[in-house]
Design a protein around this ligand. Sequence first.
Ligand code: ATP
Ligand code: MG
Length: 274
Amino acid sequence: MLVAQQLCVHFGARSILKDISFTTPPGKFCAIIGPNGCGKTTLMRALSGDIPFSGEAKLHGLGISHAKSWELALLRAVLPQASNLSFPFTVREIVKLGLTTGVAEERDKSDPSELCELALGQVDLEGFGNRFYQELSGGEQQRVQMARVLCQVWQPLLDGKSRYLFLDEPISSLDIKHQIQIMGIARDYVARGGSVLAILHDLNLTAMFADTVVLLNHGRVFAHGSPSDVLTTENLSQVYQYPLAVNTTPKAPNIFVLPHAASGHRSTAELPPG
Ligand SMILES: Nc1ncnc2c1ncn2[C@@H]1O[C@H](COP(=O)(O)OP(=O)(O)OP(=O)(O)O)[C@@H](O)[C@H]1O
Ligand SMILES: [Mg+2]
C-alpha cells in the first residue's frame, strides 16, 4: 500500500505540493496526470525518497522520509523523467544497474546476464546490449531505462508485499507501437501482483490502462478515483484550460478524450508579424 497524507514540498520560498493525500492499493495501476509544472515529478521524487517533504508518506508501512535507500530499493524501482549520462556506458551496463539494487537472494538464484537479456527482449531491444547508450535514439534510451527498472523489481512480490514501479512519463519519447508495448508491460506487472504508479500525459492511454487516476493541479489533488470518475469533460477542461470532450463509443469499452483543435488553436495568421 502506498499512502500519502498531507504531503507538502517547498523549493525555497515556493510551495510546490500542498496537502497531497491519496492512497494507491497494491496490485493496481495508478496514473498521475496534470498539466506541465503542476508537481507530478516533484510528487514522484518525494514518494521515491529523493527530496524532503513534510506530512507523511508510507510504502507498505515504511516511512519513506526516514527509510534507508536500500530498504526503498527493495520495494520500488524508479524510472525518472530524464536520464542523462555523461559516461559512455553500454546498454547492458545500464540495465545491470537495476540488478545491483535487487534482492541478493533473488540475484543469487538468477543468472544476471539472462535477466538483463530478458528485460532487453521485453522492451524490444534484443541485440542492443553492447551498443553505447549515448548513441541510441531518445525512444531507445527510454526503453533501456525501462529494462533497468524491470530488472530491479523483476519479481513483483517480495515477502508477499507488492513491489512498485514508479514511472515518470515512461512513454513520452515512444512511437505508438512501443507506447502500447510499455503500457502492456506495466499492466502485465500488475497482473502478476506488482503495482504501478505512472505519470502520463496521454489521457487516452490513461483511460485504457489505469485502474485509478490522480489528477493534480497547481500542486494539489484536483480529483482522485477511477478513470471514468476523474477523466470527465468538466475536470479536464478546467485543469488543462483547454476545450475538450470526453466521449465513449459503443465499439470501444474505454472513454476517449478529444481536444477541440479548431476552437483552441491560434493559427499563425493571427500572430503579429515577425
Ligand atoms: N529543483 C527545483 N527547484 C525549484 N523549483 C523546482 C525544482 N524542481 C521543480 N521545480 C518547480 O516545481 C514545479 C513543479 O515541477 P514538476 O517537475 O514537479 O512538474 P511536472 O508536473 O512534473 O511537469 P511536467 O509535466 O512538465 O514534467 C514547477 O513550477 C517547477 O518549476
Ligand atoms: Mg515532470
